[in-house]
Design a protein around this ligand. Structure first.
Ligand SMILES: [Zn+2]
Length: 117
């Protein structure tokens, strides 16, 4: 079968930009793409209280871009500061119980702007 671009520069097989080998022979590790984090000062976290099954209260910290924030790490720090259990769910941080005040204080200490819903 004749190749579409035979004889043109496009006919060159693809090579790795790092090691120069053919891509089929390249053993370079996949590039590590560091997530782009956004400065807390440029973000507003929305805090709200939700009532769940059996009347349980959950403090929800939302509106933080999951790509621009390390939500898992932030959740861990909020849990420590609030002395509560919690999790990251659907891009929002949930803390068990009413921790609006403590969570708001902690977020502001990290530099986030906050707003209550
Ligand atoms: Zn390579």
């Amino acid at each position: 079968m004749q190749r579409l671009f035979a004889g043109t520069p496009l006919d060159r097989p693809p090579t790795c930009e790092r090691c120069g080998k053919l891509e089929t022979e390249c053993a370079c590790p996949a590039p590590i793409v560091a997530p782009v984090r956004r400065a807390p000062e440029t973000q507003t976290a929305r805090l709200r209280l939700e009532k769940r099954a059996k009347g349980k209260l959950v403090t929800v910290v939302g509106d933080l871009d999951p790509e621009g924030n390390d939500l898992d790490s932030l959740a861990a720090q909020l849990k420590t500061r609030c002395g509560a259990g919690g999790t990251v769910k659907d891009g929002a941080i949930e803390l068990q119980g009413n921790h609006l005040n403590a969570a708001e204080k902690a977020l502001q200490a990290f530099g986030y702007k906050t707003r209550r819903q």
